[in-house]
Design a protein around this ligand. Structure first.
Ligand code: ADE
Length: 242
């Protein structure tokens, strides 16, 4: 998978070279190109924004600079990319979004700052490629960079060969629509707190049932709205009893 990121703060994306993502790059599983949007400006001030039509506070990012930047970055390879525009006004980014994007060969992240990007940039790009405006949560960041990093990490860890143990992605919170329950490791007792007996029993069926129950309880307490989304086939008799 090839990932391009367009931003006026390329250094913000430095963490993609670290840890799991860095390994995926080293192994050639992904390539990540971070581009400075100002490389496509033509004025001495290298300006990327202007005041909004209709008035109001803040600045809007100019279409001409973004247009040239996207033309050039999307033409860098033959495959048609999916364009992702992080914005608090977008549709929610979820685990299933990450799963869907993990099937793509190319993703471009267009990170806007200030009050956003001129809408025509998005409308124009949509004439040539699939475009999604997405939000990582109901809060406002100063720009799309951290959101892009978050989404890149969520997508890349799903690619085959990126996680050491592929089973970890299958057992994630959200993979079965529930939050994951608690985990424990050695020692058996620590500061007077013991690991639940069942996890030491060696009874794999009992462990599976216990984990499912913990996941259900935690989801009920912390994210009850997630339970509403489960279809009746996804809950068995035992689940209902919990
Ligand atoms: N840019 C600013 N806030 C954001 C959010 N919550 N999600 C995605 N992009 C953003």
């Amino acid at each position: 998978m090839r990932i391009d990121v367009l931003t006026i703060f390329p250094d913000y994306l430095a963490p993609v070279r670290e840890a799991l993502l860095g390994k995926a790059i080293e192994r050639g599983r992904i390539s990540v190109e971070v581009h400075d949007l100002r490389d496509w400006t033509h004025d001495v001030h290298r300006s990327v924004d202007a005041s909004p039509y209709g008035g109001g506070p803040g600045m809007v990012m100019k279409p001409d600079v973004w247009g040239e930047a996207l033309d050039s970055v999307s033409a860098a390879e033959a495959a048609i990319p999916r364009l992702v525009v992080p914005t608090p006004a977008g549709v929610p980014f979820e685990q299933r979004t990450a799963r869907r994007w993990s099937e793509e060969t190319r993703l471009i992240f267009a990170c806007g700052r200030y009050e956003g990007i001129d809408q025509r940039v998005i409308d124009d790009a949509a004439r040539r490629m699939p475009v999604e405006e997405v939000s990582i949560g109901d809060y406002v960041l100063v720009g799309g960079e951290v959101a892009a990093l978050t989404m890149i990490e969520a997508v890349v860890r799903l690619l085959p060969g990126v996680l050491g143990n592929p089973a970890s992605a299958e057992q994630d919170s959200f993979s079965d629509g529930l939050l994951e329950g608690p985990s424990y490791t050695r020692p058996e007792t620590w500061r007077g707190l013991s690991v639940p007996e069942v996890l030491r029993s060696g009874d794999h069926a009992a462990v599976r049932r216990w984990r499912r129950e913990q996941g259900l309880r935690r989801t009920w307490r912390r994210r009850p709205e997630l339970l509403e989304r489960l279809s009746s086939e996804e809950l068995d008799e035992h689940d209902r009893a919990v």
